[in-house]
Design a protein around this ligand. Structure first.
Ligand SMILES: NC(=O)c1ccc[n+]([C@@H]2O[C@H](COP(=O)([O-])OP(=O)(O)OC[C@H]3O[C@@H](n4cnc5c(N)ncnc54)[C@H](O)[C@@H]3O)[C@@H](O)[C@H]2O)c1
Length: 256
């Protein structure tokens, strides 16, 4: 008997061409899942898919586009016959004070980070229900709980993801679909590292890394997030539903 936690489960991970999504895709594949690697960057998705043990399916998808998300779900079901797990992970950030944020920039962030999660739930849930139940694991952020200057649009979208997680969990419970969210703090990915110079310049910080070291000990590792994503997609978390799991090295528990 297999001891793998996700043996033969069919899972879609969006934004899986790099960073956290890639790590989740790798962890799911290692636990026996048939992973559909999706990203707006088709080449990145294909590269990750090709590198998974035994190969995997890659599907290009912009999560802002309802028809593309539906097509992603359809492609997964056409290839594997079912869908058990959806991980709406794709996200973007822009660094600017609210009063210097244009409406277009606001929409750029909220359309990926909030609308995209809605569309993934909206289109994946019927397929997961048809499979007899399963899990949705949303990638929120600890910024849903506490403000971080310069990323107000991002934080508002992530707070929306936590709310969507709760509503979807309650609405889908009778259909045996569990919905939870992960709320990481600063994890070492391009999303964070590419914006460090802007944070340092706009907040007049000499060393953003020193702030992270003081507030959360160190950067989180993508694998540490992936471990939680495996737990939330597996039967090990069978009584978890509608919850947001903070993964932050203590940053949201500390005044200094
Ligand atoms: N890195 C962190 O510290 C951190 C903390 C909390 C939450 N998160 C969340 O984790 C998720 C992944 O973040 P990451 O750090 O790996 O970021 P990343 O920038 O390294 O990767 C994001 C991926 O999403 C893809 N993407 C962007 N727009 C897309 C779209 N419209 N449709 C489909 N794919 C799209 C990108 O091509 C990229 O491959 C995001 O939702 C992010 O908000 C990250």
């Amino acid at each position: 008997m297999s001891t793998k936690l996700l043996q033969d489960k069919v899972a879609i991970v969006t934004g899986a061409g790099r960073g956290l999504g890639e790590a989740v895709a790798r962890a799911y594949a290692a636990e026996g899942a048939k992973v559909v690697v999706s990203d707006i960057d088709a080449a990145a998705a294909q590269k990750v898919a090709d590198s998974l043990p035994g190969g995997a399916m890659a599907v290009a998808c912009d999560v802002r586009d309802s028809a593309q998300v539906q097509a992603l779900v359809d492609a997964a079901v056409a290839r594997h016959g079912r869908l058990d797990i959806m991980v709406p992970n794709a996200g973007v950030a822009r660094v600017a004070p609210l009063v210097a944020t244009s409406y277009e920039e606001w929409r750029e962030v909220t359309s990926v980070n909030l609308d995209g999660v809605f569309l993934c739930i909206r289109h994946a849930a019927p397929a997961i229900i048809a499979a007899g139940g399963g899990c949705i694991v949303n990638m929120a952020s600890v910024t849903a709980k506490a403000a971080c200057p310069l990323i107000g649009s991002y934080a508002a979208a992530k707070a929306g993801v936590v709310s969507l997680t709760q509503t979807a969990a309650i609405e889908l419970r009778a259909h045996k679909v569990r919905v939870n969210a992960i709320l990481p703090a600063f994890i070492d990915t391009e999303l964070v590292t590419s914006h460090i110079p802007e944070f340092e310049a706009q907040l007049n910080l000499p060393d953003f890394g020193a702030v992270v070291a003081q507030r959360q000990g160190r950067y989180g590792k993508v694998e540490e997030v992936a471990h939680l994503a495996v737990f939330l997609a597996s039967e090990r978390s069978s009584f978890s539903n509608g919850s947001g799991f903070v993964l932050d090295g203590g940053i949201s528990s500390s005044l200094l």
